[in-house]
Design a protein around this ligand. Sequence first.
Ligand SMILES: Cc1cc2nc3c(=O)[nH]c(=O)nc-3n(C[C@H](O)[C@H](O)[C@H](O)COP(=O)(O)O)c2cc1C
Length: 175
Amino acid sequence: MDRIAVIYSTTDGHTRKICDRLRQVIERQGHQVALASIRDEPGPDLASFDKIVVGASVRYGKHNPLVFDFIRRNGKILDAKPGALFSVNVVARKPGKSQPDTNPYMKKMLKRIAWRPSELAVFAGKIDYPRYSFRDRMVIRLIMWMTNGPTERNAVVEFTDWAQVDAFGSVVARM
Ligand SMILES: Cc1cc2nc3c(=O)[nH]c(=O)nc-3n(C[C@H](O)[C@H](O)[C@H](O)COP(=O)(O)O)c2cc1C
């Protein structure tokens, strides 16, 4: 049985939901999972885990700077253990931008970090207009209009492929 830390950065909770799903899959395979927000102070004692997973969503073109701080600060421990990194964004709903080597945000993140985790994934996120501020809703609707996504003002659309999340959970359990 491995102990696996899953550290997430989320704004509207969707990355956290993906982490919950990963936890279910990994625990079913007999391992122990601890979920922690990147904002938790103090964070988990990473040295006491066998594997580390980091997941972060994109907002206005960027992953949360706390994710980069975390990866930099814990570089030695991350390099010493099997690890996985995933990004959540809505550009990933496009087939040509859904893989780690084709998703612009994952590519940009990998350029900024020295960590080379054993596994990478990109998951398509969620659009939830009723939840957004007026300004965010207008901006995201405009982006969706430009990229053939949902623009109806009350739209709630989950683009996430949960079978892909499940498969990634199994990969993490085995890595
Ligand atoms: C204000 C805002 C800005 C966003 N900016 C981007 C973006 O630049 N690129 C992208 O692909 N997705 C963008 N998204 C979509 C989010 O990545 C997606 O909603 C994701 O599911 C959010 O995950 P979270 O709830 O864990 O933060 C944005 C969403 C919001 C609400």
